[in-house]
Design a protein around this ligand. Structure first.
Ligand SMILES: Nc1ncnc2c1ncn2[C@@H]1O[C@H](COP(=O)(O)OP(=O)(O)O)[C@@H](O)[C@H]1O
Ligand SMILES: N[C@@H](CCC(=O)OP(=O)(O)O)C(=O)O
Length: 266
């Protein structure tokens, strides 16, 4: 996809990271969630087909357990995510309802993408949700997904999940809302001279070397996983835009084709 075609996109996947949804204190960022619900609902009203890949289950669950960081034990992480996913969806449901927008929850594991039958079932679900103008809100099924099981159930992080959903649904565009407003020549957190790169047509080794780790307390992905994600999409002739989730209303300008953040595509 070329940037010029962004404004022609009809089916759009939006990914939002924990850092955009949960404050560093552990409290939920209600304004960001409300703005997101407003923009995505309005996009559906305008005729877009929209799905949201949302992290934040673990971030939302921590305070319910009186924790201030991710627990080490996997079973405890899963318990936290299980409680947090409810909290997250409760808030989404309240906010989307106020804009008369119906949402559906879709929890996925990596093996779903690998088994043709499960793949087909998930595809059918997405198609029906889009047809009914419902916004699927997607997260990893953290109860089932762990690293050490024999067959691969875990995505690694939600960036990869977002790329797989974009390919599976044959969406035109993935918009990744992060805690940074784009891809820089170096990690801007550690290098104040780093410059925003507005267009990346190919993920080369040199580009990969410019990426560092995660900038936030609760996030997992870091820039490297966002580049891996872009690679998966570029191989499929799709586009990705990376920009900040601080002000979700920026999505209106992004789909209008304005030069915002970093565009990964031809
Ligand atoms: N070259 C780079 N350009 C931009 N950000 C980078 C780069 N290298 C590392 N980073 C870090 O990656 C972070 C974004 O990843 P992450 O915190 O996992 O986001 P999210 O929680 O939104 O998924 C940025 O805040 C930044 O500190
Ligand atoms: N399923 C996890 C996703 C963790 C994750 O990938 O977080 P992020 O790096 O903020 O996108 C959760 O909801 O907490």
């Amino acid at each position: 996809m070329v940037r010029e075609n962004v404004k022609k996109a009809k089916r759009v996947i939006v990914k939002v990271g924990t850092s955009s949804l949960v404050y560093s204190t552990g409290a939920m960022n209600l304004k960001a969630i409300d703005d997101l619900a407003f923009v995505l609902s309005d996009l559906v009203h305008k005729g877009y087909e929209v799905a949201l890949v949302s992290s934040g289950a673990m971030g939302a669950g921590l305070s319910k357990f009186g924790l201030d960081k991710r627990p080490k034990e996997i079973a405890m992480q899963q318990a936290v995510a299980s409680v947090g996913q409810m909290e997250l969806m409760n808030i989404y449901n309240a906010r989307f309802s106020s804009y008369n927008q119906v949402i559906g929850q879709v929890l996925l594991t990596q093996d779903v993408f690998e088994y043709p039958e499960s793949r087909k079932n998930v595809t059918n679900t997405f198609e029906m949700l889009f047809k009914e103008k419902i916004i699927p809100i997607i997260n990893e099924n953290d109860t089932v997904s762990v690293d050490e099981l024999d067959h691969e159930t875990k995505f690694g992080d939600n960036d990869k999940l977002a790329a797989l959903v974009t390919n599976l649904t044959d969406a035109d565009l993935l918009i990744m809302l992060s805690d940074i407003d784009g891809f820089y020549s170096d990690n801007p957190l550690t290098n104040k001279r780093a410059k925003l790169i507005s267009h990346v047509p190919k993920i080369t080794d040199e580009i990969m070397k410019q990426a560092g780790g995660s900038g936030s307390r609760f996030g997992t992905g870091g820039m490297l996983s966002k580049l891996e994600c872009a690679k998966l999409l570029l191989n499929n002739e799709k586009g990705m835009i990376l920009t900040s989730g601080v002000e979700p209303r920026v999505l209106f300008d992004v789909v209008a084709g304005e030069e915002i953040g970093t565009f990964f595509g031809k």
